[in-house]
Design a protein around this ligand. Structure first.
Ligand SMILES: Cc1ncc(COP(=O)(O)O)c(C=O)c1O
Length: 410
């Protein structure tokens, strides 16, 4: 097969200081990007710059530093609006991440709109953070969860969806891309089906936004959320996009400073969007650095990047498939660069530990998708996941380390 055409890869890697180190005497091969990506210097410097030059609390400040910080913070809202092609900046709520965003929708939209007997449709591929918040609110409101089953390749069983959607379905909550298997889900089909029966739909985009462009208006989803740390940004920040009319009708989530318009012991009124959902001092440095991550993403050639990641995926899939006794979980036609596998009856943790001894960072376990692994009748997997800065040579190093691992464990 042809090797990577992402020609500036070494130049790109230079922007990521963490990649250039030895781990246990071997050059680091970082293949845990679905858990969190590494950060380019521009993101690290954005945090440094904020604290060195203009650390101040934002909004309402009458002084120079507060004004610069507020401007930098709000500029990221505009950048995020363009990144997602949202209609207005008021549709962009900053959260602490995907989990926080989903809990926000569950606790506000869910608390207001769910009734006893209502149903929330999720899929077997969901991360726990797109299951448990719905279970919590469903239990409180007397609603229940329905689950889209999977085919053997780890794709939604589309033939089952129509019978799962009914007038009882009030919300559909699914991921765009599976963190455990890498499946890219046909969300547009489901969005249209959900709307046809009058249900709302939330898309968990945690594993999508670092891999391909997302256009919330073209998708016509009601909510879309993601975490900055999975797209080259810092931890503790993320985004909830919601259609303005929905967000406006939702009650506030947390109470505190910034989310109010006026407070008295008799009556408190709430601030306008997006501040209504952003109580308290936000993660200012994180949001500003998330803006630097967006700039970094915009500096990439997306189609070359997608092609590069697909080449890594197919090269690694071929190499892994040639190993006797190795089973790949998730063989969907459309995947991002994520491969989950097991070898014979070897425990994933043992495989991961011996790979780490050779400098290769992978993830092992259930990847916060226990229902999926129950369905697969195993307890978890070894997972490798690629980002733009990974190389074919790193795949070769991983495969060599895996062979050595297997020769030790078998
Ligand atoms: C698909 C998916 N959804 C949600 C999450 C939760 O993200 P966070 O922990 O950043 O809130 C993850 C994290 O792995 C994920 O992969």
């Amino acid at each position: 097969m042809e090797l990577a055409t992402f020609t500036d890869i070494q130049k790109l890697r230079k922007q990521f200081p963490i990649l250039h180190q030895q781990v246990n005497g071997y050059p680091l091969v970082y293949l845990d990007n679905a858990a969190t990506t590494q950060k380019p210097l521009s993101v690290i410097n954005a945090i440094d710059d904020y604290y060195k030059r203009y650390n101040a609390n934002i909004h309402r400040g009458a002084h120079h530093l507060a004004n610069i910080a507020t401007e930098a913070f709000e500029e990221v809202r505009s950048k995020t609006k363009s990144f997602l092609n949202a209609s207005e900046t008021s549709e962009i709520i900053f959260t602490s991440g995907t989990t926080d965003a989903i809990n926000l929708v569950a606790q506000t939209w869910g608390r207001k709109n769910l009734q006893p007997g209502d149903e929330i449709l999720v899929s077997m591929l969901e991360h726990h953070s797109n299951i448990v918040p719905w279970q919590l609110i469903a239990e409180e409101k007397g609603a229940s969860l329905k689950v889209i089953p999977l085919t053997g390749s780890g794709e939604w069983d589309l033939s089952a969806i129509d019978s799962l959607l009914s007038s009882k379905t009030k919300l559909v909550a699914v991921n765009h891309v599976s963190n455990a298997l890498g499946t890219i889900n046909p969300i547009k089909t489901l969005i249209d089906k959900a709307h046809a029966i009058g249900a709302m739909i939330l898309i968990d985009g945690a594993q999508a936004v670092a891999h391909f462009p997302v256009d919330v208006r073209a998708l016509d989803c009601d909510f879309y959320c993601y975490s900055a740390h999975k797209m080259f940004g810092p931890t503790g920040t993320g985004v909830l996009y919601g259609k303005k009319e929905l967000l406006e009708a939702m009650p506030p989530y947390r109470g505190g400073g910034e989310m109010i318009s006026s407070v008295s012991f008799e009556k408190t009124t709430y601030n306008e969007l997006p501040h209504k959902f952003e109580a308290g001092t936000p993660n200012i440095e994180g949001v500003i650095a998330m803006g630097a991550a967006l700039d970094f993403i915009h500096s990439l050639d997306w189609s070359a990047m997608e092609q590069h990641e697909q080449e890594l995926l197919s090269y690694a899939t071929d190499k892994l498939s040639a190993i006797s006794g190795l089973r790949i979980y998730g063989t969907a036609q459309h995947k991002v660069g994520v491969i989950s596998f097991l070898v014979g009856d070897l425990h994933p943790y043992d495989v991961g530990t011996l790979l780490d001894k050779q400098g290769v960072a992978v993830r092992t376990g259930h990847h916060c998708t226990e229902p999926l692994w129950n369905f697969c009748k195993v307890t978890g997997s070894v997972r490798i996941s690629f980002s733009v800065y990974n190389t074919i040579e790193e795949v070769d190093a991983f495969i060599a380390a895996l062979h050595k691992t297997l020769s030790i464990l078998k």
